[in-house]
Design a protein around this ligand. Structure first.
Ligand code: NOJ
Length: 550
């Protein structure tokens, strides 16, 4: 039988480490906290977790400013805590992906400290992108590039030279034309692969190379700039592909590459490059059946020729939570649930951001509590609103995120008592209940689904997704309920029904009566639903070292 790597159709849950669970009461989530919540994740029914950076860091960008790639920041635990969390995750059948940050280091990294005291033009400086300035006495930056977080992308050091930082000034960009940089990252990959991680999420994967000569950017408000998506970057991922292949267990890497269109995205996942790339086009899609349809078509058209699997993403720690994007309140929750059920119906893998399973909205964090460098650099309100720590239990902050009395790093709204895991745990119809049922149903039927997908013509506002062997997902983005028999009839479906209702994102009783309410999705299946038995142990999970030697 053909071997299918696990990541091709996995559901991966993103853990924003500092906001997930705080075991030691310092207000920040940590690895022991994650360890203590693994059984929750297992019950939720996910296949893998992606952990945001937990490495030593001054935390100017919440860990995306890494000072040492081979250790754990004391605030988050130790390497020992990581190893034991990883072993327990594997025992529960959960794969673990860690973040790798290759575009930049922290200014606290040993390399940058060395560069600061070294001469212009020295090997230590050549690991980064230092340059003389322009204007009188070089007092103006080398070019007009802007930081993604706001303000100029250059900062000046004591001797008058400038260094590039596409993000905060505490995140100097590395020089990927330098072999030492390329070798160092391969060694870092091996460090974590040897410990048994299943894969990597690659931070700003599209920006490692800057156009030779660092030319002026004609425009900065587009993705077509001299610092994004340069052709040389693909040679790095071809090397990383080889490194991953040295290991057993279908290790993988997924690119965070904000590129212009699905075709550009597909270049990162050619057969000899990375395994996956986040499909941010799904997340950017407005609430419209036609728009969803377009993104599905374009995504599959782009990934199929390169033989890759699609990914679907509704949110992460950098964007406004989907409940709020879709209008907030009950409407936002209904649409988020419907969009989730729709993405779970698609071939490929889905990435779910922590708290989506609780229907958490974006929080309006008061200005005095904000911590995002985006806010401090004048780049807007920043991303703190989607990073507020998870409410687990109880009626007041910290809602079980940490021990009672511990102050979480961002304030949690008082309304979150109703959204906590405890509050939703046994409430039938809660968003948590819906996620658990949806993920269980996906597991149960996935073995019976073919990869082929059709998007038959349907009335405006309605999206119909058909997959081989009798599976249909119907999404109603319109204003009126859809009469399912009439819809099936108009589409020429034999027997005029889509089959038995498997699950809906809203009121199952209404759907069983034949009406799909607005802002609702539902799954149907004709014929026998094959329930795949699912073993929760990963093959060789405790001895998944290089070459399978344990
Ligand atoms: C993308 C990460 O997701 C974001 O949180 C971070 O600020 C930037 N890359 C810089 O590393």
């Amino acid at each position: 039988m053909k071997h299918t790597p696990w990541w091709r159709d996995a559901v991966c849950y993103q853990i924003y480490v500092r906001s997930f669970a705080d075991a030691d009461g310092d207000g920040l989530g940590d690895l022991l906290g994650i360890h203590s919540r693994l059984s929750y994740l297992s019950q939720l029914g996910i296949d893998a977790v992606w952990l945001t950076p937990f490495y030593p860091s001054p935390q100017h960008d919440n860990g995306y400013d890494v000072a040492d790639f081979r250790d754990v920041d004391g605030r988050f635990g130790s390497l020992h805590d990581f190893d034991s969390m990883l072993a327990s995750a594997h025992d529960l059948g959960i794969r673990v992906i860690v973040d790798i940050v290759p575009n930049h280091t922290s200014t606290e990294h040993a390399w940058f400290k060395e560069a600061l005291v070294a001469d212009p033009g020295s090997p230590a400086r050549n690991r980064y992108l230092f340059s003389g300035g322009t204007g009188r006495a070089g007092s103006r930056p080398p070019n007009n590039w802007r930081s993604v977080f706001g303000g100029p992308a250059w900062s000046r050091v004591k001797d008058g030279h400038w260094y590039l930082h596409l993000f905060d000034s505490s995140q100097p960009d590395l020089n990927w034309r330098n072999k030492e940089v390329r070798d160092e990252y391969e060694s870092v990959l091996r460090f974590w692969l040897d410990r048994g991680v299943d894969g990597f999420r690659i931070d700003v994967a599209h920006s490692l190379y800057k156009e030779e000569g660092l030319p002026r950017a004609a425009r900065q408000d587009t993705l077509a700039t001299p610092y994004y998506d340069q052709p040389e970057v693909h040679s790095v991922y071809r090397r990383w592909n080889q490194v991953l292949k040295e290991y057993d267990g279908d290790r993988m890497a997924i690119a965070e590459a904000w590129v212009a269109d699905p075709e550009a995205m597909a270049r990162y996942i050619r057969p000899d490059e990375l395994q996956q790339s986040f499909n941010f086009h799904w997340l950017q899609t407005p609430w419209s059946a036609a728009a969803f349809r377009r993104v599905i078509t374009e995504t599959l058209k782009a990934v199929e020729p390169v033989g890759a699997s699609a990914t679907w993403v509704l949110s992460n720690h950098d964007v406004v939570r989907e409940v709020t994007r879709y209008g907030g309140g009950d409407l936002g929750v209904a649409r988020s649930r419907a969009a989730t059920l729709t993405m779970l119906a698609l071939p490929g893998s889905s990435y779910i951001y922590q708290g989506a399973e609780l229907g958490l909205p974006e929080v309006d964090v008061p200005a005095r509590a904000r911590q995002d460098p985006v806010w401090f650099r004048g780049g807007g309100v920043g991303r703190d609103g989607c990073r507020v720590p998870i409410p687990w239990s109880g009626s007041e902050s910290p809602y079980g995120f940490g021990p009672d009395g511990a102050q979480p790093w961002l304030p949690q709204p008082s309304s979150w008592r109703e959204l906590s895991v405890e509050a939703q745990d046994h409430r039938s119809g809660s968003t948590l209940d819906f996620f658990r049922r949806a993920l269980a149903m996906r597991r149960a039927i996935s073995g019976a689904l073919g990869q082929r997908l059709r998007l038959p013509k349907s009335p405006p506002g309605v999206l119909v997704i058909e997959r081989d062997r009798g599976f249909t997902c119907v999404l109603n983005c319109g204003r009126r309920p859809v009469r399912l028999v009439r819809l099936a009839n108009s589409m020429g479906i034999p027997g005029q029904t889509f089959g038995d209702l498997l699950i809906s994102s809203g009121d199952d009783a209404a759907v069983s009566d034949g009406l799909l309410p607005p802002d609702t999705a539902a799954w149907f299946k004709t014929g026998a639903t094959v329930v795949r038995s699912h073993s929760h142990r990963l093959p060789g999970s405790t001895s998944r070292n290089r070459d399978g030697r344990g």
